[in-house]
Design a protein around this ligand. Structure first.
Ligand code: ADP
Ligand code: MG
Length: 249
């Protein structure tokens, strides 16, 4: 939590537009995220939430506008792009772990390959993180041998192993059985409490109420409404937001 007015935004989108063919998926998106801020993005399916996350990490190009990280535009390609991506950890709905590697190897891979850590350093860092997300005992297993909730916590540890400046979560609990959702949310809550800058796409409204500094509501590619969680959930200002909140009750 932080005072958004006094600091350079860590992530800033200015007039971002994107089309997929004739489909206008991002419409004049303006969004500033301060260091330490937790922004929860909600909205109906197809409203552009995933595209927004992917654009921030340059997994998607944009047609116009600007995306700045710490005031710097996103690099186009090459080493600078790889370095910038390393600063933004991303966690997806599907855990995307490498199935042929152990949990430990999954978490060690990018720090050795991209950051050039020794295997020893990477192993120590990985074990610390696996401990932190509560799966250290699973370190020598492959993903298929652990639960979905454990796999997603490994995916979070893997992203954290790069010491990112911010974390992007795209519906991290949507593919999980209900009894596993909380163990993942608890890890995210503790990250937020430790001051991590986070963008979280989720339908978990209790999480949003507890953790978000700000809720951003998207529909049809645009930010329709945003505000503090209690204000947004208790007194949505637009009919679109009211309809959406009714639909997920
Ligand atoms: P959300 O995450 O809010 O459900 P998305 O960002 O995934 O929304 O998608 C926004 C819109 O863009 C949807 O209509 C989706 O079908 C479309 N879309 C997403 N990815 C692609 C793609 N690679 N090519 C064409 N259309 C896409
Ligand atoms: Mg999505």
């Amino acid at each position: 939590m932080t005072d958004a007015t006094t600091q350079q935004p860590l992530i800033e989108l200015k007039h971002v537009d994107k089309h997929f063919g004739s489909l206008h998926v991002l419409r004049d998106i303006n969004l500033s995220i301060a260091p330490g801020e937790v922004v929860v993005v909600i909205g109906p399916s197809g409203s552009g939430k995933s595209t927004l996350c992917r654009a921030i990490n340059r997994l998607e190009t944009i047609d116009s506008g600007e995306i700045l990280i710490d005031g710097e535009p996103l690099p186009q390609e090459g080493r600078e792009l790889a370095a910038m991506r390393a600063e933004l950890g991303m966690v997806f709905q599907q855990f995307n772990l490498f199935s042929h590697m152990t949990v430990l190897e999954n978490v060690m891979l990018a720090p050795t390959d991209v950051l050039g850590l020794s295997r020893e350093e990477a192993r120590t860092r990985a074990m610390d993180l696996l401990e932190r997300v509560g799966v250290a005992e699973q370190a020598e297993k492959v993903p298929a041998q652990i639960s979905g909730g454990q796999q997603q916590r490994v995916a979070i540890a893997r992203a954290l192993a790069m010491h990112p400046r911010a974390m992007l979560f795209d519906e991290p609990t949507s593919a999980l059985d209900p009894e596993m959702i909380n163990e993942v949310l608890e890890v995210m809550i503790s990250l937020a409490r430790q001051g991590m800058t986070m963008v979280v796409v989720t339908h978990e409204m209790n999480f949003a109420r507890r953790v978000a500094d700000r809720v951003v509501f998207m529909a049809d590619g645009a930010i329709v409404e945003e505000g503090a969680p209690d204000a947004f959930f208790d007194h949505p200002q637009t009919q679109r937001a009211r309809d959406f909140l009714d639909s997920i009750k």
